[in-house]
Design a protein around this ligand. Sequence first.
Ligand code: SAH
Length: 258
Amino acid sequence: MSVKAKKHLGQHFLKDENIASKIADTLSYNGYEFILEIGPGMGVLTKYLLKKNATTFVIEIDTESVAYLKAHYPDLTNNIISEDFLKWQPQGVFESSQFSIIGNFPYNISSQIVFKTLDLRAFIPEFAGMFQKEVAQRICAQPGSKIYGILSVLTQAFYEAKYCFTVPPSVFNPPPKVDSGVLLLTRRSNFNLSCDEMLFFKVVKTAFQQRRKTLRNSLKTLNLSDNLKANTIFGQRPEQLSVNEFIELTKAIEQDRT
Ligand code: SAH
């Protein structure tokens, strides 16, 4: 018996073994002991992870998939977390150990998975995953591009983002309506920003909420001095700024407030 695909859980099961193996090969398995697979479903990717030099845990929200995994992968039984990844905290399982994340993600929550990873960045040195292609491209986008936005700037501030390969709908059951893309994020060696990180998140989000406006207009709610707003950077639109320029902007705002 196999698991019946449930739409509300974003279930599209991968049926191509070569692609499953290729996704498992994107991580380096270097510098950490644990891997956490999000949404293993029937374990197509999991079986390749179990062959790697790391201890695999999986987190799965669907109880039918959990029962399937227990029946088919007895070695995994003690490492199955039957929970919603978006509500989960790593401390109970990994304490303060480093772990990498991998998965063929449910597309309806893939951006939220990335934001949660950014929150947990101190624990997560590497992250490999299959996304809707357009979301993977947005994460990797560079300044000046139409798809460069909050997800690109916040992710690239802490991680190097690499688009690995595209996967067509035909290799899934049921097939999704869109192409998929596999992405690798590698945490930067110095992932502490040289500015107030909370303020950085706020500046980036506020600026992109009105992406066609200049920063002078979109950042009005931050109550900046006229002196600071006279700086030429405020004449730009958010999509023109690199990650480093957002960091410099945050520093200038920090100083303006003191
Ligand atoms: N990795 C499998 C399944 C991919 S479909 C494969 O490639 O075939 C996405 C999987 O994510 C499903 O098994 C779904 O039940 C699971 N899922 C959906 N939302 C989740 C959540 N919030 N937390 C954990 N798993 C979730």
